[in-house]
Design a protein around this ligand. Structure first.
Ligand code: PLP
Length: 363
């Protein structure tokens, strides 16, 4: 562990690769021999052109995107996408299917409702407190799109496989697991992700959109709320979130060059999550909250025997340099967010602490 840095298990903003942070630091005052920092450079300059084009190309290579897909960097977070998606793609007679797997999916559905767009919640796991991913979902034949949340950051569940939507494009909120594994892209018409979990700093939202979706966009929308505005200007219709895009570029470079791509990334993520889940399954002190087949590789949610022990666990862990283990305020309990950049070393340190805490506190 580098001096003064903790093992960071925060859900978002979250841990980034140390190597990326060091590269930002080393180049901060004089970016690419410009005599300026990246936060002082014109987004219309060749310096920044290089950065954004590099980020787009890396994203395309990593996800093996064909020429139909556009990679955009927008503002307003994933939360603005909850509204932009139905605004852009649902005309009067259209309807979309939604699957409700937790807090964020619920918020996406709420925006479709506010906009008075036809939509159907075709499956939900609310009956069991969102502890599982629904199976055997029956989608509508005529849905314009199917909206899914690939990883449920708060409830600790994740689709291990995406459902067969019979050719209906999936629109997917991948805020907390984008670039954590390879994707069969032909299923997806649009993917969006707030950067602050697995990609970079907050303030940037990555959107990957396929041309056939763009072609059906609603005309009568404010300029900034139309995907085509951003797609036709390479995300530079207005000033883009430059620092965020720069950091994302470095994170994608790290995945490509250091990790070796998304297959390798997924292998690492499975290994890390297995260490944690296997440890908890081997005893009965820590209780993972998600159904086994729905367990997230990114956000490991668990409970201890009592709320009082959970409080002690979180505070004693923090004293030992293990930070961010408190569950989301809406659900309580504990959560270890172990995104791409969380090292195996940090997982081992956590398990070691958990083992010790259990021995000291088990009745
Ligand atoms: C964090 C999160 C969001 C909200 O993202 P913002 O960028 O804060 O709007 C949406 N969806 C999921 C799955 C998230 O984890």
């Amino acid at each position: 562990m580098v001096e003064h840095r903790i093992y960071n298990f925060n859900a978002g903003p979250a841990v980034l690769p140390l190597q990326v942070l060091e590269e930002i630091q080393a180049n901060f005052l004089n970016f690419d021999h410009s005599g300026m920092s990246i936060t002082e450079i014109s987004h219309r300059s060749s310096y920044f052109d290089k950065v954004i084009n590099d980020a787009v190309e890396r994203a395309k290579r990593l996800l093996k995107l064909d020429e139909r897909y556009h990679v955009l960097f927008l503002q307003g977070g994933a939360s603005l996408q909850f509204a932009m998606v139905p605004m852009n793609f649902l005309k009067e007679k259209d309807s979309a299917d939604y699957v409700n797997t937790g807090t964020w999916a619920t918020k996406a559905i709420k925006e479709a409702k506010i906009l008075k767009k036809n939509h159907k919640v075709v499956a939900s796991s609310e009956d069991k407190d969102f502890s599982y991913i629904p199976k055997d979902i029956r989608f509508s034949n005529d849905a314009k799109y199917v909206h899914l949340t690939s990883n449920n950051t708060i409830k600790g569940t994740q689709y291990s496989k995406f459902p067969d939507t019979k050719g209906i494009p999936i629109v997917c909120d991948m805020s907390s697991d984008i670039f954590s594994r390879p994707l069969a892209m032909e299923k997806f018409g649009l993917i969006y992700a707030g950067a602050q979990k697995n990609l970079g700093p907050s303030g940037t939202c990555m959107v990957i959109i396929r041309q056939d979706m763009l072609d059906t966009e609603n005309e009568d929308l404010p300029t900034m709320l139309k995907y085509s505005t951003h797609a036709s200007k390479n995300s530079m219709y207005n000033t883009p979130p430059c620092f965020g895009i720069y950091t994302i570029d470095l994170v994608l470079k790290w995945i490509e060059m250091e990790i070796g791509g998304l297959e390798k990334m997924e292998e690492q993520n499975i290994k890390k999550a297995d260490v944690l889940y296997d440890f908890m399954d081997s005893g009965n002190f820590y209780r993972p909250t998600a159904e086994k087949y729905s367990r997230s590789l990114m956000n490991v949610t668990f409970r201890l025997p009592t709320e009082d022990l959970e409080k002690q666990f979180i505070s004693q862990a923090a004293e030992k340099g293990l930070g961010g283990l408190k569950g989301h305020r809406s659900v309580g309990g504990c959560r270890a967010s172990i995104y791409n950049a969380a090292s195996m070393e940090s997982i081992n340190a956590l398990v070691q602490f958990m083992d010790l805490f259990e021995k000291e506190n088990k009745k």
